[in-house]
Design a protein around this ligand. Structure first.
Ligand code: SAM
Length: 287
C-alpha cells in the first residue's frame, strides 16, 4: 500500500506534511473544511481549511501559554471569556485555576466541538461538563457586541488566522468591544501567528489593539507544528505593569491557583521570559 500524506496548505510555497496512519473524519461544515486524522508522528491532528490547528503531541505548548500567562499575570481573574478554541484545550486549562468562578467559551463551529469530543477527548478532558464552564455555539463578534460592560476579567482568543470566519476577531469593532467588556484591570490575549512567516498578522493586530488598550505587547511560544520559529501571542491590557510581575510572585500565584507542577511547557521563568522579544519580532509592535 502506498503511503498517504497530508500536506499543510498554509503557505503556497513551503510547508509541513504528516504521514497518515488513519483518517478519522472529513466534514464540510457551514464555516470550514474540517479534517481529523491519526498521524504516525504527532498523534491525532485537526486541520481546518488545510491549516494544522492542533496535534495531540504538542497542543500543551500553545494551550498552556495562551491560558496560564494571562490568568497568572492578572492574578485575580474570576470571570474568563474564551473565543474560538473549539477543541476544548483552553477551557480545560482555564478551569484548572481554582479561583476562576465562571468561564464562557464561544465557538462558531459546533462541528469542531463535536468532532474534537469524539476523536480527541483527552484535549478537553472533563471540561465540557464542568459546572463552572459554559459553552456557546455562536460568532465571537456577536457575543462581544452584546456582552455587558466590565463583565469579564480576561479574554482569550484562540482563533483561526484572519481569513474566513476568523477575520472578524481581528477588527477594530472586536477590540473596541473587548475593551468595553473587560473589567478595569482586565486583559486580552490573542493568537498572532508566526511572525517569521506572517509578520503582517502581528503588525496589523498590534496597531488595532493599540487604539483601545494602553498596554500592547506580545509574548512568544515555540509550538513545533506552527512552523517557522516562535509563535506570537498578542497582549493587550487596560493597565500597565501586568507583564512585569516578578518570577517569585508568578510562582506564588500558580501554587495558589493549583497550576504549579501540572504543566509541561509553562513555568514561572518561561512566563516572565516569554515577554522578551527578539528584535525581528519586536519591530512589528507599535512604538
Ligand atoms: N489551538 C489551535 C490553534 O490556534 O491553531 C486551534 C484553534 S481552532 C480550535 C480555532 C477555532 O476558532 C476554530 O474552531 C474556529 O471555528 C474558531 N473561530 C473562528 N472564527 C470564529 C468566530 N468568529 N467566532 C468564534 N469562533 C471562531
Amino acid at each position: 500500500m502506498t503511503d498517504v500524506w497530508v500536506n499543510e496548505t498554509l503557505y503556497p510555497d513551503w510547508g509541513q506534511r504528516f504521514l497518515v496512519k488513519r483518517e478519522l473524519a472529513r466534514v464540510k461544515s457551514e464555516f470550514q473544511d474540517i479534517m481529523l486524522f491519526e498521524s504516525t508522528s504527532h498523534g491525532r491532528v485537526m486541520v481546518l481549511d488545510g491549516v494544522i490547528q492542533i496535534t495531540e503531541r504538542d497542543e500543551f505548548v500553545y494551550q498552556e501559554m495562551l491560558t496560564h500567562v494571562p490568568l497568572l499575570a492578572h492574578g485575580a481573574a474570576k470571570r474568563v471569556l474564551i473565543i474560538g478554541a473549539g477543541d476544548g484545550g483552553v477551557l480545560r486549562r482555564v478551569l484548572q485555576h481554582r479561583n476562576v468562578e465562571k468561564c464562557v467559551m464561544v465557538e462558531i463551529d459546533g462541528e469542531v466541538i463535536r468532532l474534537c469530543q469524539e476523536h480527541m477527548p483527552d484535549v478537553a478532558g472533563d471540561a465540557w461538563t464542568n459546572p463552572r464552564g459554559q459553552v456557546i455555539v455562536g460568532d465571537g463578534i456577536d457575543y462581544v457586541r452584546q456582552a455587558e460592560a466590565g463583565s469579564f476579567d480576561v479574554v482569550i482568543v484562540d482563533s483561526t488566522d484572519p481569513i474566513g470566519v476568523g477575520e472578524v476577531l481581528f477588527t477594530d469593532e472586536f477590540y473596541h468591544n473587548a475593551a468595553r467588556l473587560l473589567s478595569d484591570n482586565g486583559l486580552i490575549v490573542n493568537q498572532c501567528g508566526v511572525p517569521f512567516m506572517q509578520a503582517d498578522e502581528l503588525r496589523e493586530t498590534s496597531l488595532r489593539r493599540g487604539k483601545f488598550f494602553p498596554d500592547i505587547s506580545a509574548y512568544v511560544a515555540a509550538v513545533p507544528t506552527y512552523v517557522g520559529g516562535f509563535m506570537t501571542l498578542g497582549w493587550s491590557a487596560k493597565t500597565k505593569g501586568l507583564r512585569d510581575v516578578p518570577v517569585a510572585e508568578i510562582r506564588r500565584r500558580a501554587e495558589a491557583a493549583g497550576i504549579l507542577g501540572t504543566t509541561r511547557y509553562w513555568t514561572p521563568e518561561i512566563h516572565v521570559g516569554s515577554f522578551n522579544l527578539p528584535p525581528y519580532i519586536a519591530e512589528n509592535l507599535p512604538g
